[in-house]
Design a binder for this molecule. Structure first.
Ligand SMILES: *[C@@H]1O[C@H](CO)[C@@H](O)[C@H](O)[C@H]1NC(C)=O
Ligand SMILES: *[C@@H]1O[C@H](CO)[C@@H](O)[C@H](O)[C@H]1NC(C)=O
Ligand SMILES: *[C@@H]1O[C@H](CO)[C@@H](O)[C@H](O)[C@H]1NC(C)=O
Length: 359
């Protein structure tokens, strides 16, 4: 802790504000005609070179944040201060990330490359970034996720690229990843290698929406709390792909082609609170809702559900430990709300929770 603080202080001394102070010292020393060269004593030699704070042309550098967005840049600029913690290069025209583009940026925590034209990232590029936690690559032309991403990475966003394959090896050793966003990529189910996400023991949020995957990926990490797979071509919820996901709280499967939810699927995600299955092809209410203790939100609108059983949503009897639903939607299904059994929602105590009619 102490060491970190000292490092941070040193980093600040070597760049940013204190340069003005140098000027001041200079002036005082000159006045005294002491002839001492002050910098050599105070600062290590490699920090002596720049007489003005280093900042890439036209970028703005402040408090170790380097802001180079919207500048029409076609490559990563030179002279990025070595103590930079956040580098923002979004909305430019960068096409390639070259080997030494991020050389020496060992304090970088966040790298924003969103909305460029990047199709190539050279393999060793991230090696110097030993503290990188957030890498934002969305809206580029990447065909694959880059290799050798820093092991310190916690958040990876790469939606709206041209990624068609997700290889397991890409995530090797990335044990700190918490968030992965891969939506709007031309992925097919076969493009996601089995168990691709499995080794990430802290992964909590995974979003692969608006792709062409036809099944829930197999071998998802048991740490997941949110899984967002909306807008895909998934045809079925198979229980095996949800096995062991006891931390899952939110499951998004809207706008797929799901016609069946395996019996046992909901039992495999015992702590789920919210399920979105609207805009699919379900013909019945998923089995297991009534027994499930914690589900509060169930979206089933825009399906092909033609009947609802008296025990589809609520367990038999009244005296149960089930958490009340806070939102259930069933509109735009062939079943008419006046055909619903009057007691089907006896365990819904929250007023306004039900959306049944088509109005
Ligand atoms: C999914 O496939 C369709 C037809 O094969 C294609 O037109 C569409 O662009 C694909 N979507 C994505 C996100 O790749
Ligand atoms: C679902 O599985 C449970 C336990 O295996 C079984 O009791 C139940 O009848 C099944 N329900 C349906 C609709 O298949
Ligand atoms: C709805 O389900 C019925 C069978 O219950 C089926 O005949 C019909 O084709 C389905 N409609 C759609 C739009 O999938």
């Amino acid at each position: 802790m102490k060491a970190t603080l000292i490092l941070l202080l040193l980093a600040q001394v070597s760049w940013a504000g204190p340069f003005e102070q140098r000027g001041l010292f200079d002036f005082m020393l000159e006045d005294e005609a002491s002839g001492i060269e002050p910098y050599k004593q105070v600062l290590p030699p490699d920090h002596m070179e720049p007489m003005v704070p280093m900042c890439p042309f036209r970028c703005q550098c402040h408090l170790r944040v380097v802001q180079c967005s919207d500048l029409g840049l076609d490559k990563v600029p030179r002279h990025i201060p070595p103590d930079t913690t956040l580098l923002d290069l979004q909305n430019n025209k960068i096409t390639e990330i070259k080997d030494d583009d991020f050389k020496g940026l060992k304090n970088l925590h966040t790298l924003i490359l969103v909305n460029n034209k990047i199709s190539k990232i050279n393999p060793g590029v991230f090696t110097p970034l030993v503290k990188l936690e957030r890498l934002y690559l969305s809206k580029n032309h990447l065909k694959e996720l880059p290799d050798k991403m820093p092991k310190t990475l916690q958040e990876l966003r790469a939606h709206e690229n041209e990624i068609s394959k997700v290889r397991k090896t890409v995530f090797n050793g990335l044990n700190h990843l918490i968030v992965i966003e891969l939506g709007t990529n031309p992925l097919k189910s076969s493009g996601i290698e089995n168990g691709a996400f499995q080794s990430m023991k802290r992964l909590s949020y995974l979003r692969i929406a608006d792709t062409n995957i036809t099944a829930i990926p197999q071998g998802l990490p048991l740490s997941l709390t949110e899984l967002h797979l909306d807008g895909n071509k998934i045809t079925k919820v198979d229980a095996s792909s949800l096995k062991g996901l006891t931390n899952l709280a939110k499951l998004g499967l809207s706008f797929n082609s799901i016609s069946a939810v395996d019996n046992g699927s909901l039992a495999n995600i015992p702590h789920v609170r919210e399920i979105h299955l609207d805009n699919n092809k379900l013909t019945r209410v998923p089995v297991g809702l009534a027994e499930h203790k914690y589900i509060q939100v169930v979206y089933l609108h825009n399906n092909n559900i033609s009947e609802v059983g008296v025990n589809d949503f609520c367990p038999p009897g009244y005296n149960t430990k089930k958490t009340s639903y806070s939102r259930v939607s069933l509109f735009s299904n062939p079943v008419q709300y006046w055909e619903l059994p009057p007691t089907a929602f006896r365990c819904v105590y929250v007023s306004g929770a039900l959306q049944l009619g088509n109005f």
